[in-house]
Design a protein around this ligand. Structure first.
Ligand code: TNX
Length: 503
């Protein structure tokens, strides 16, 4: 019989010879109350059983400090299941693993007799949602948090502002949402989060052991800022590239003071030599720092094609310093690595290809030289907004697309940027840009199953370090999760690459 299916692959999983644990309505769940509530909800969603205790079989959930952060162990035999986390997050992840191990065996629900010892390879495992190109409701974001947490992701990066709209209410700069939030790509309606909405997202994420990493993209991607505070932004730069994109994708050219609902990038810039710009940056990140318990504030820095390189460098060094002075760690897309005065320990987010082109790896390496770490988001592997080879008519193709599940899986984090090792890698993040992504079901179908490949890159042992870290193993294990995902309401893309199990 094949090994039980767990995704992301655990550090170690051993199958025992004994009989499986049988779960029923009389199974007792005891121990930590938050974890017990998570497990009871998961069991009900998966099996329809309301577990009430009274019988002999027991699931015990405990925290025993001492192990690596977020680690857990799980043992299942005929009499009991015991899940022990080194901390609350570890116990939560053990519960997610248990949820995946629960399978139907004729008329019974069983957990195979196994021993799992597990801990993450990287501390940061993120998903990004672009709520600027298309706005996504608090409910949709909470649903995505639940989905990602089930795969042991621990960070939600929210791309909160771009040329097409500003999505977060700030009391220091009220016009941003009053005047710059109403539109989205393709003339679709916009929207924004009130401060209460943002707090609700953060609290929900925290309940799933996730932090929120807010991004306000600067100095490019700032056309919407100009709708609210026109004195802060330059006139749009209409390069041949912009004109070409407008022609290919349709839509009007960007015009100062008018909402932009096209898909071009790289035409807008904040004014770099105006002190009012830095007052704005200080207001925005100052207020955001107060609203965000997590350690990171992301300042964007990508595709600032409308900003001269020396101006870009100056901006990045000042903006990262403003963030560091607030007691937060700045995060920037890899282009910012070109700035000679980048604030020490700024985290870089690499969005080049698995095989780097155009010196993008050189810029990424600069963050490490500068005392920072990297988040890896290779675009031709884990950009979840890339089209599938066969599938829904959603997504883009610029990143060597279309992107199959096998493409999403077949890369090794330590092999992308030469000269760095695991200690230089903070983690892995799968972005979902939303030019073509309008609804929660669009998010599901584009993310699932490829998001599982990103989860495995972030959590599991390196390729070559575990028998489970092969495409063949992965596709079988993912296929076994089909019924769980369906029971959780996840509208995954039923691609023929995966041997989906049905019950
Ligand atoms: C590139 S990669 C972008 C975004 C787009 C995305 C679409 C990066 C940091 N920026 O502005 O939305 O491509 O796939």
């Amino acid at each position: 019989m094949s090994l039980p299916s767990v995704v992301p692959a655990p550090a170690s999983l051993e199958q025992a010879t004994g009989a499986p644990f049988r779960l029923s309505a009389t199974t007792r769940i005891e121990g930590e109350t938050d974890a017990a509530a998570s497990l009871a909800a998961l069991v009900t969603a998966r099996t329809g059983l309301e577990v009430e205790g009274g019988g002999a079989s027991t699931i015990t959930l405990a925290i025993e400090p001492g192990g690596a952060a977020e680690s857990y162990s799980l043992t299942a035999d005929e009499a009991s299941v015991v899940v022990t986390g080194a901390d609350a997050a570890g116990l939560f992840y053990g519960v997610q693993t248990l949820g995946q191990l629960l399978t139907r065996d004729d008329d019974a629900w069983i957990v195979p007799a196994v021993t799992v010892e597990d801990s993450p390879r990287f501390a940061y495992r993120g998903v990004m949602l672009d709520v600027a190109r298309h706005f996504h409701s608090v409910e949709t974001v909470k649903g995505y948090i639940d989905r990602a947490a089930g795969l042991k992701f621990n960070a939600l990066h929210l791309h909160l502002a771009d040329d097409q709209g500003w999505r977060l209410q700030l009391h220091s700069r009220p016009k941003l949402t009053e005047l710059a939030s109403g539109t989205a790509v393709g003339g679709d309606p916009g929207g924004f989060y009130t401060k209460a909405d943002y707090a609700e997202i953060i609290a929900h994420a925290a309940s799933r052991h996730m932090i929120v990493v807010p991004e306000i993209d600067m100095p490019g991607h700032t056309h919407a800022v100009g709708l609210a505070y026109p004195e802060l932004v330059e006139e749009p730069v209409l390069s041949d590239h912009i004109i070409e994109i407008a022609r290919d994708y349709g839509g009007d050219l960007p015009e100062a003071g008018k909402p932009y609902d096209g898909m071009a990038v790289g035409f807008s810039s904040l004014k770099i030599h105006d002190e009012a710009t830095y007052d704005f940056v200080a207001d925005v990140f100052g207020e955001l720092a107060g609203m965000t318990p997590g350690p990171y504030l992301h300042l964007g820095g990508d595709e600032a094609l409308g900003t001269a390189p020396e101006d870009f460098a100056l901006f990045v060094s000042r903006a990262t310093e403003i963030i560091a002075d607030l007691g937060k760690t700045p995060v920037a897309w890899h282009e910012a690595g070109a700035a000679p005065d980048l604030t020490e320990a700024t985290v870089g987010q690499y969005w080049g290809f698995v095989t780097p082109t155009d010196g993008m790896d050189v810029k990424a390496r600069e963050f490490v030289r500068n005392g920072g770490q990297l988040i890896l988001s290779p675009a031709d592997a884990i950009y979840l907004d890339m089209k599938y080879p066969t599938g829904p008519d959603l997504g883009l193709t610029w990143a060597n697309g279309p992107t199959s599940v096998e493409d999403a899986y077949s890369w090794e984090p330590s092999a992308i940027i030469r000269g760095i090792d695991d200690t230089d890698i903070l983690g892995v993040e799968a972005p979902m840009w939303s030019e073509t992504i309008r609804t929660a079901s669009d998010i599901d179908t584009m993310a699932f199953p490829r998001i599982a490949a990103a989860a495995e890159a972030g959590w599991s042992p390196a390729t070559g370090a575990s028998d489970l870290r092969t495409w063949e193993s992965f596709r079988t294990r993912v296929g076994a999760l089909g019924p769980l995902w369906t029971s959780l309401g996840i509208g995954f893309h039923p691609t023929g690459e995966i041997p989906w199990v049905t019950e």
